[in-house]
Design a protein around this ligand. Structure first.
Ligand SMILES: Cc1cc2nc3c(=O)[nH]c(=O)nc-3n(C[C@H](O)[C@H](O)[C@H](O)COP(=O)(O)OP(=O)(O)OC[C@H]3O[C@@H](n4cnc5c(N)ncnc54)[C@H](O)[C@@H]3O)c2cc1C
Length: 431
């Protein structure tokens, strides 16, 4: 990259939001360059094909809001390349030892969902409340024997934070319900995103270290040289913005740093196990079957995993951990994460599972400095700060990405946010 490069806009990051912003600016014939710190595009939506010789989504893999998800729609239009299907939910519930009918678990899940919806939806609740969700849950629910399992399934593994770090005010203020149903794409969500944004020019291995906005134009210092531009669109996660990876010179207004810290990244990881086909036959496991194992943890947060077995009818099974427990396992490392899942499976299926195991891998998103966690969640009392996160600085520094989007923590939301911010830049700068 030449030191003297002059662009109208520099897009920082080539995840869903950065690719979308770059695409929109190029479509409108604007002068733009996109830089990406890692050696690949996709960010938190990336499909690996090397670990198992099969597509394996290391980040996003549910196509949320399937009925209105524009990336899924693109995939459906490319039938020759992608097999997209709506998930038909099937459940396998274990009480820690024996298979259970799951009725008690789903009754608690339903109660928690109703409670969440009541406080998240301005049409159902006129009083805005921004407190830890755990404070809104009646003791009768908390004391139920399946509560920890339900907490893990629709708390830690959905929001990346436990109920004591989660506020329904985030949805109340910031998110829209649009679209329904969840889908999968057999080739991997990352593969689909890369196809959707194919042929976009991206400068890989280019890390923005400093954004100097003191002069009439921006100077962005990278490990590959200086880039000058009228504006930049920052799509790095709030985990990155809350670290010292990107230095703003002069400092940004205080409210921006409060927002980076208050809309922090949660923890959520996939532990993927590859089993011999006989494992699935022996235990009569069906395609995409959801697996729950009762959590009896006495800890203040749930210590367990939620599984999707025989994903896409392949021999891979995903096990997800979230919240404080994911953070704890992440600190201990990949082996500890895999061992935890194997022990959970042994208690349900018996020690015979070991003979079926081929390979295992665990993601550690929080340990990667270019992400710093899974996806954003407003800390209790901080839901209003998403507005500060969205605001631009001096008509030069603009922000986009999942944390800015009104579609909670999703790839298609990040994609929409990239486009919206690109259009805003064009309008504000009269490009
Ligand atoms: C484990 C996991 C599971 C998930 N599951 C789902 C799911 O099932 N469905 C769903 O819709 N969503 C899911 N999500 C969320 C989804 O992946 C994200 O919301 C979305 O991909 C975020 O896109 P983004 O462009 O905002 O950010 P990112 O993907 O983080 O892109 C930002 C890019 O900026 C780069 N960058 C950072 N710092 C710098 C720098 N200094 N210089 C240059 N580049 C930099 C990063 O390398 C990254 O590529 C999941 C996320 C995780 C982690």
């Amino acid at each position: 990259m030449k030191d003297s490069s002059d662009f109208d806009v520099v897009v920082i990051g080539a995840g869903a939001a950065g690719l979308s912003a770059t695409s929109e600016l190029l479509k409108k014939s604007k002068s733009v360059t996109c830089i990406e710190a890692t050696n690949k595009i996709g960010g938190r939506c990336y499909t690996d094909n090397s670990i198992y010789d099969l597509p394996c989504d290391l980040g996003a893999h549910w196509l949320h809001s399937l009925s209105s998800n524009q990336i899924a729609e693109y995939g459906k239009q490319h039938k020759e390349d992608f097999e997209i299907y709506k998930i038909e939910e099937k459940f396998l519930v274990y009480d820690g030892k024996m298979q259970a009918d799951g009725n008690d678990l789903f009754a608690i899940i339903d109660k928690l969902k109703i409670l969440k919806e009541r406080f998240s939806n301005p049409e159902l609740n006129k009083n805005f409340i921004d407190v830890p969700f755990s404070e809104l849950i009646p003791n009768a629910i908390k004391q139920h024997e399946w509560y920890h399992t339900a907490h893990q399934a629709i708390g830690a593994c959905l929001e990346g934070v436990d109920f004591n770090n989660f506020t329904t005010a985030d949805a109340y203020l910031n998110f829209k319900h649009n679209g329904h149903g969840d889908g999968f794409v057999k080739e991997g969500y990352g593969t689909l995103l890369a196809h959707y944004r194919k042929n976009l020019p991206v400068n890989l291995n280019t890390i923005a270290n400093e954004i100097n906005w003191s002069g009439p134009n921006l100077k962005i210092e990278t490990n590959q040289g200086t880039i000058k531009a009228k504006a930049c669109i920052v799509t790095a996660s709030t985990g990155v913005l809350n670290s010292d990876l990107i230095n703003f010179k002069p400092l940004l207004p205080l409210e921006k740093y409060e927002a980076f810290a208050g809309i922090s990244l949660g923890s959520y990881n996939h532990i993927v196990l590859q089993f011999k086909e006989d494992f699935y036959k022996h235990f009569n496991i069906q395609k995409d079957e959801y697996f729950f194992s009762k959590i009896n943890s006495l800890s203040s947060f749930p210590k367990g995993c939620f599984g999707t077995l025989k994903l896409h009818n392949s021999n891979l099974s995903y096990f997800d951990v979230g919240g404080n427990f994911a953070l704890e396992l992440e600190q201990e490392g990949e082996k500890a994460s895999i061992d935890f899942v194997l022990n959970t499976l042994r208690s349900s299926f018996g020690n015979t599972i070991d003979k079926y195991l081929i390979k295992a891998h665990a993601t550690l998103w929080g340990k990667n400095k270019f992400f710093g966690g899974s996806y954003s969640s407003a800390q209790p009392g901080k839901a209003h700060l998403r507005n500060s996160l969205k605001s631009s600085v001096a008509e030069k520094i603009f922000f986009a990405g999942e944390a800015i989007s009104s579609n909670y923590a999703t790839v298609h939301g990040a994609d929409l946010s990239g486009k919206d911010t690109a259009l805003k830049v064009i309008e504000v700068l009269k490009l």
